[in-house]
Ligand binder design. Structure first.
Ligand code: GDP
Length: 596
């Protein structure tokens, strides 16, 4: 049976291409907002970090009505796939709207999600937004999108998808550029026509696949998923089948059942196939679990949640608790906060360590963990973190395996050489290269995850902030060998007034260090260009404000390796005499020195 009164659709869009505006507008026009009720809060982006990083991490649900049809709109993670989140979200829908800025065109960040959608055979609607912009170039963008779809091996049917043009801001969509702009009806109609109604057996035994977990201090864990078969009701005898452990099953009753309407959840007594529901009252509900009829429990197969690839230590650092004078973040606070994160983030792992002040947190890549760190810092948690380390595996034959990622790079032509060189030094293998219509170069690398650690900052610096870097976990592969001159770290020294600070800069910290105020260079190159061995030249310049160094790389390095403060004499003593090349009152030069 098909539920013609429901459509489930996801929006795929690069940040700023107008997703929020579009959903606001659909809500308004669907009559969800009463006349005098303002659109106060923008619907979909509650997470500032997403915006800053150009990605979307949380998935949220909204429902709009058009004619007699309820359209569930599900937000997709815009970019990084933390533990199969993209696929989980896309499994709830029957089609996607690919929203593309009529000036900027399709951005590589959306490629991952789009690829998944195509693989899952979802129907596609392309919506070229912001056609009101004076610099809009909708026809060209249509060609670019078609090219992208072909690149991603879209089926003939998918290539034949409807294209619409819209100004979300002005509140209209049109099928042809010369159509008279009126309202969003053409988009609503296209959704109804092009996206199939959800199908299933409404009389069968209940099956709900839990795709997302929401968490609320008061009600605890909330499972969100689609009713795949039968009907689910409050007070029904249900069985919860655990995704990880097939033997683990639990008889449960739900306390509250909701469907989405507008921006809110609305309590319902029961829901049937195709409905996206939220369920509270089950403490032990997890992503991937199937909630099913008590007398006929059948699990729905579910994609495995991927393992973490990288870990970092989070350490208590004696800092005051935000807003509470005299109180300090204790290891208990930190621990509670970290463990709480596990409620909603399935791809994260937290472990206690031998030290009570230190917790090992593992996740899917540096970006994943840095988003958590930034979120926690914004909440007022102060803590120190260690450099990330990748998690190695061994295979049956005892070989060491390491995580490999695909890195997609978009840079203006002039920087492509530098980036290719830098990533090659990090064992990146160039797998594809093309020139986009705007003259920028797209590069695709396969690279060990460890090669990307700390690379983002360097990437931004070397492309003067113009490059775009996206990475995606690809799998584990045999260890690719050490990087040239990197594993051990390099010695660096810099002077402040009378003292010389001596630190071991981690292997990935490279390049020239800067110091404020005035951003003067105070340290020299650590490792030679091209990865070739070169003498390290340390130009130890006078600077008064060592403790005020404000450069991300210097800061990071200082945090990681508390520098020893030595006088110039002591520093010289510390260095092997045969490594010392030259000492002047303000500088010393040493030969490359490798420390284990
Ligand atoms: P999101 O990041 O995809 O959710 O994008 P937003 O909806 O926040 O939009 C980003 C910016 O683009 C905002 O300043 C919007 O006002 C603007 N915008 C959205 N849609 C349109 C449009 O159709 N035309 C124009 N000119 N600007 C738009």
């Amino acid at each position: 049976t098909k539920r013609e009164d429901v459509r489930n659709v996801a929006i795929i869009a690069h940040v700023d291409h107008g997703k929020t505006t579009l959903v606001d507008e659909l809500l308004k026009q669907s009559g969800v907002f009463r006349e005098n009720q303002e659109v106060q809060e923008r619907v979909m982006d509650s997470n500032d970090i997403e915006r800053e990083r150009g990605i979307t991490i949380l998935s949220k649900n909204t429902a709009v009505h058009y004619k007699d049809v309820k359209i569930n709109i599900i937000d997709t993670p815009g970019h990084a796939d933390f533990g199969g989140e993209v696929e989980r979200v896309l499994k709830m829908v029957d089609g996607v709207i690919l929203l593309v800025d009529a000036f900027e065109g399709a951005m590589p960040q959306t490629k991952f999600v789009l690829r998944k959608a195509l693989e899952l055979n979802l129907h596609v609607i392309v919506c070229i937004n912001k056609i009101d912009r004076p610099e809009a170039r909708p026809e060209e963008v249509v060609d670019e999108v078609l090219e992208l779809l072909m690149d991603l091996d879209a089926s003939d049917e998918q290539l034949d998808c409807p294209f619409l043009y819209a100004s979300a801001k002005a509140g209209y969509a049109v099928r042809n550029l010369d159509d008279k702009p009126e309202n969003m009806a053409p988009l609503f109609e296209t959704i109804l026509d092009a996206i199939p109604a959800p199908e299933g057996d409404p009389d069968g035994d209940t099956q709900v696949l839990i795709s997302t977990i929401d968490y609320n201090e008061y009600v605890g864990r909330i499972g969100i998923g689609k009713v795949e078969r039968g009907t689910i009701s409050v007070n029904q005898d249900l069985m919860l089948l655990n995704h990880h452990d097939p033997d683990k099953r639990e008889r449960v009753k739900i306390s509250k059942l909701y469907e989405f309407d507008g921006l809110s959840k609305v309590e319902v007594k029961s829901a049937t196939i195709g409905a996206i529901v939220a369920i509270s009252g089950i403490a032990d509900i997890h992503i991937g679990d199937t909630l099913c009829a008590g007398d006929n429990p059948e699990a729905i197969p579910f994609q495995k949640i991927s393992e973490p690839t990288l870990s970092m230590n989070f350490l208590v650092n004696d800092s005051p608790l935000a807003g509470q004078e005299g109180k300090y973040i204790t290891s208990r606070h930190l621990r509670d906060r970290l463990y709480r994160e596990l409620n909603t983030d399935v791809s994260l792992r937290v472990e206690d360590t031998d030290t009570t002040e230190c917790f090992k947190v593992s996740g899917r890549g540096e970006l994943h963990l840095s988003v958590l760190i930034e979120n926690m810092r914004r909440e007022g948690y102060e803590f120190a973190v260690s450099k990330p380390e990748v998690l190695y595996h061994t295979d049956d034959r005892g070989r060491k395996l390491e995580p490999i990622e695909i890195a997609y790079v978009d840079v203006p032509e002039e920087f492509s050489g530098t980036i290719i060189q830098k990533l090659s030094e990090r064992k990146g293998e160039l797998q594809g290269m093309s020139t986009a219509s705007d003259g920028s170069v797209r590069l695709e690398f396969s690279i060990p995850s460890r090669g990307l650690i700390g690379f983002r900052n360097e990437f931004l610096t070397s492309t003067k902030g113009t490059g775009i870097l996206n990475t995606m976990f690809d799998g584990y592969a045999p260890y690719k060998g050490d990087f040239p001159y990197r594993k051990q770290g390099s010695l660096i020294a810099f002077e402040s007034g009378e003292t010389v600070t001596y630190g071991l800069f981690s292997a990935q910290e490279r390049g020239t260090l800067f110091v404020g105020p005035g951003e003067k260079v105070y340290g020299g190159m650590v490792i030679g260009q091209n990865g070739k061995a070169e003498d390290i030249e340390l130009n130890v310049c006078k600077t008064k404000h060592l403790t005020n160094t404000r450069s991300s790389s210097a800061d990071d390095a200082l945090k990681l390796v508390p520098p020893k403060i030595l006088s110039l004499e002591q520093a010289i003593e510390f260095i092997d005499q045969d490594e010392l090349l030259e000492v002047t009152p303000t500088s010393l030069r040493i030969r490359k020195r490798i420390l284990d």
